[in-house]
Design a protein around this ligand. Structure first.
Ligand code: PGA
Length: 251
């Protein structure tokens, strides 16, 4: 696991965008795994700037998002569909047909999960998978207790995730309790390179556990210790608990 520490969130966003853009510039048909939440917003802004400055071209890029809330239509203000279009897709030259996000309003949810997993398998591999990390150590919506052999499936949000995400909905009661999420196995097996981003002191405990904790279903991100190619970019606040000798500083 490669650890990169940055001074602040802006530097984290710039460094992660450079890594994603470099991947695309080496392979036009890059498959990106994408995440939602507050953490990758800066990454998307930096990628949009690089696109405007003609330093990256998304026309042959394919994307797969990690997850979507069950019951929200793509146009719902808090759906991850809308998040992705507002924060990223509407601002770059990505082809609509290359964008994949689970459909949380599909009445055939099991079928939706199975088809999503098949689509990921059909592209072979995800070249670079962007991940955030939950305060409880979740990745995607793989909450503590998730099966490390799990594929894309219907998952129940933990109480702490519902509370953490209530800020987006204004009211905790409005946060959906179910989601579709790529499974831990999907993420670990399909990703050639995992790029995990962590910002802010609230993530310090989860990040420490991910790097140094015992690999356990209690902290799903610890399974990344078994992946051969993980880069973590964390700002100083999130990296607070990591021993300084392990960090690559200065990006
Ligand atoms: P956040 O969420 O980026 O909004 O903190 C990360 C996550 O829950 O995976």
């Amino acid at each position: 696991m490669k650890l990169i520490i940055t001074d602040d969130y802006k530097a984290l966003s710039v460094a992660s965008a450079k890594m994603v853009a470099d991947t695309i510039n080496q392979k036009q048909t890059t498959v990106l795994g994408l995440a939602t939440g507050s953490t990758p917003v800066g990454l998307y802004q930096e990628l949009i700037s690089l696109y405007i400055n003609k330093q990256v071209d998304f026309s042959h890029v394919t994307t797969f998002n990690l997850d979507e809330y069950v019951g929200l239509s793509p146009g719902h203000p808090q759906s991850y569909h809308k998040f992705m279009y507002d924060n990223f897709f509407n601002h770059v030259n990505i082809s609509q047909e290359n964008i994949h996000i689970p459909k949380g309003d599909n009445p055939e949810l099991e079928e939706e999960c199975a088809q999503y997993e098949e689509k990921i398998e059909s592209v072979g591999q995800i070249d670079i998978q962007v991940l955030g990390i939950g305060e409880n150590g979740h990745i995607g919506f793989n909450e503590p207790g998730s099966d490390p052999n799990g594929c894309t499936s219907l998952v129940k949000l933990s109480e702490s995730t519902v509370e953490a995400n209530a800020r987006f909905f204004g009211d905790k009661e409005l946060v959906p309790r179910l989601a579709i999420s790529m499974g831990l196995k999907t993420i670990l097996d399909s990703s050639k390179h995992v790029l995990l981003l962590a910002s802010g002191e609230k993530k310090a405990g989860a990040l420490y556990q991910m790097v140094y904790g015992e690999v356990s279903e209690d902290v799903p991100a610890t399974f990344l210790q078994h992946h051969r190619n993980v880069t973590v970019i964390a700002d100083k606040d999130a990296a607070k608990k990591l021993p300084k000798s392990d960090l690559i500083a200065g990006l």
